[in-house]
Design a protein around this ligand. Structure first.
Ligand SMILES: Cc1ncc(COP(=O)(O)O)c(C=O)c1O
Length: 510
């Protein structure tokens, strides 16, 4: 490392061992010295020859550095008298804070977290739910049985398309998605979910999260109000908040979202977000009467219903509940589905079934967001569905999840009947277990995380503190042994003074 003497500039450290060329190091040093005020306007700088000698480098890098500083207006020359710091610095740089001062200021502001961001950004941070994303341990919610995924078949299809992809599939694709996949999904939804649509209405998304964001952008304006189940899916709440929409919580009871309150007080809402087949997280199913009330409300007020049908493939012991979209005669329902649960979440593929008159708006919103989803995985998925692997996998997983749910409920009965009360229908890949009144679910969740368990507190799904806290326990990706061991561990995390068994009249709703 070479340094100048202190004759003119303060010492310049030149490092010959790094990749940054010498001329760039010099340029950076002089520019910073000017902006920091160490070199004042009008001050003479050494000649290129003098500086090169002083630094013991060739003259070329010094010439290059000076040339750039002259071109950018930091230095100027006067014929016969040498080179000076410019009297008037370039517009941008004079407005720039001294870099060092700015860095120092930013560092302390970063430490304090005081740099101004939007209200939406602040609100998102405050609502962030730590989902324990990296963990594959018990009882991670939303995780399918990855070890039961037919990875061999999937890999063959991936190979088929890597080897034989025509160039057209490598170019930009349709923002609504790959048409054959949309056809396959329309067929599947028609037969298994009673969704009424044709492929032109299907838009392929990067999972349901993107579908929710797009709904917020297409049908709602900032400050519009959306009704949302309480407790409800935090991912949806975040998508709406990120779009500046006001979320109005509506209590969930045994029949789903309680619309009576909505009808009584005109909430002036523009939309409602619901998970009618298997309410997230409580697991209740919306009654037929409530469905009719909701659809009539939407038709009467010209509002939209966003139906999130995230895991209805998995219903044990009873027939699948038909979609709300299939009952809708006024094209008010926007239906969202995902492959995250039926296949795997890292695939990041989902879909929205859009009312016909909204198709062009959704396509434009997708263009404005990220244009389209990876064509390659859309091709693979199309074959996976068309060749029967999809239906077979769902059938197998339905059996597996039924057994895992039974194992979890049994383990809770054996180990924690005095501390946990399971609620919700026999469906899906998670259940909610209510804690006794007065037990702080966030604290239990924190202690559980310390033992390697993921138990999302029910209160993170609530805008207001619930009467009873609870834990959301996923079982889809958890083997039976792991379930039993997990519940034994969880038992040590829930300290109760008055166990459930000794309570009289404890209610089964949060
Ligand atoms: C209610 C609900 N909707 C949607 C999703 C899936 O989101 P994505 O398709 O973005 O993975 C989840 C996953 O946890 C969910 O719980």
């Amino acid at each position: 490392m070479k340094r100048t003497s202190n004759t003119f500039f303060s010492p310049i450290d030149l490092d010959h061992d790094i990749e940054t060329p010498i001329y760039q190091q010099l340029y950076g040093w002089i520019r910073t010295a000017i902006l920091d005020g160490h070199l004042r306007p009008g001050q003479r700088v050494p000649s290129t020859r003098g500086l090169a000698t002083e630094l013991k480098v060739s003259r070329i890098p010094v010439l290059n550095a000076y040339e750039q500083l002259l071109a950018e207006g930091y230095l100027q020359t006067a014929v016969g008298s040498g080179t000076f710091v410019a009297r008037l610095l370039p517009d941008d740089s004079s407005r720039l804070l001294s870099e060092t001062a700015a860095r120092q200021r930013n560092e302390s502001a970063l430490k304090r977290g005081t740099r101004r961001i939007s209200q939406r950004g602040t609100s998102l941070i405050s609502r962030r739910v730590e989902s324990g994303l990296p963990t594959l341990g018990a009882f991670r919610v939303s995780l399918p049985a990855l070890d039961h995924f037919p990875i061999g078949i999937w890999s063959k299809l991936v190979f088929r398309h890597t080897r034989g992809s025509p160039m057209s599939t490598m170019a930009y694709g349709d923002s609504m998605g790959y048409f054959p996949l949309r056809e396959a999904i329309a067929e599947y939804l028609g037969t298994s979910r009673a969704v009424r649509c044709d492929p032109s209405q299907i838009l392929i998304t990067t999972g349901s999260q993107q579908a929710l964001q797009m709904c917020a952008h297409v049908v709602l304006d900032p400050k519009d109000r959306i009704l949302m189940e309480e407790p409800g899916y935090p991912g949806a709440r975040n998508a709406f908040i990120a779009a500046g929409v006001t979320v109005v919580p509506v209590k969930v009871d045994h029949d789903g979202m309680n619309m009576e309150r909505l009808i009584r007080n005109d909430q002036n809402a523009r939309a409602a977000y619901i998970t009618p087949s298997h309410q997230y997280p409580t697991g209740v199913t919306m009654s037929a009467a409530r469905r009719m009330i909701l659809l009539n409300w939407a038709a009467r007020t010209g509002s939209w219903i966003i139906e999130d049908d995230y895991d209805s493939e998995y219903r044990f012991g009873s027939r699948p509940i038909s979609s709300l979209q299939g009952m809708d005669t006024d094209a008010r329902v926007i239906y969202i589905g995902t492959f995250s649960k039926v296949l795997f979440p890292a695939l990041r593929l989902g879909y929205v079934v859009v009312p016909k008159d909204l198709v062009s708006a959704f396509a434009a919103a997708r263009d404005a967001a990220d244009i389209f989803s990876s064509t390659f995985y859309q091709l693979v998925l199309t074959d996976f569905i068309r060749e029967g692997h999809f239906a077979r996998h769902i059938r197998r997983m339905r059996m597996l999840y039924m057994e895992r749910r039974a194992a979890l409920v049994a383990a809770i009965q054996v180990e924690m009947a005095d501390r946990l009360e399971v609620i919700g229908a026999e469906a899906g890949m998670h259940l909610v277990a209510l804690l006794p009144r007065g037990v702080d679910d966030r604290e239990v969740s924190r202690i559980a995380a310390g033992t390697g368990l993921s138990a999302i507190p029910l209160s993170t799904c609530c805008a207001r503190t619930p009467v009873r806290g609870g834990l959301i326990l996923g079982y889809g990706g958890v083997g039976e042994n792991q379930i039993r061991n997990g519940i034994r561990k969880l038992k040590t995390c829930v300290q109760v003074e008055t166990p459930l068994a000794l309570r009289k009249g404890s209610v089964s709703s949060p």
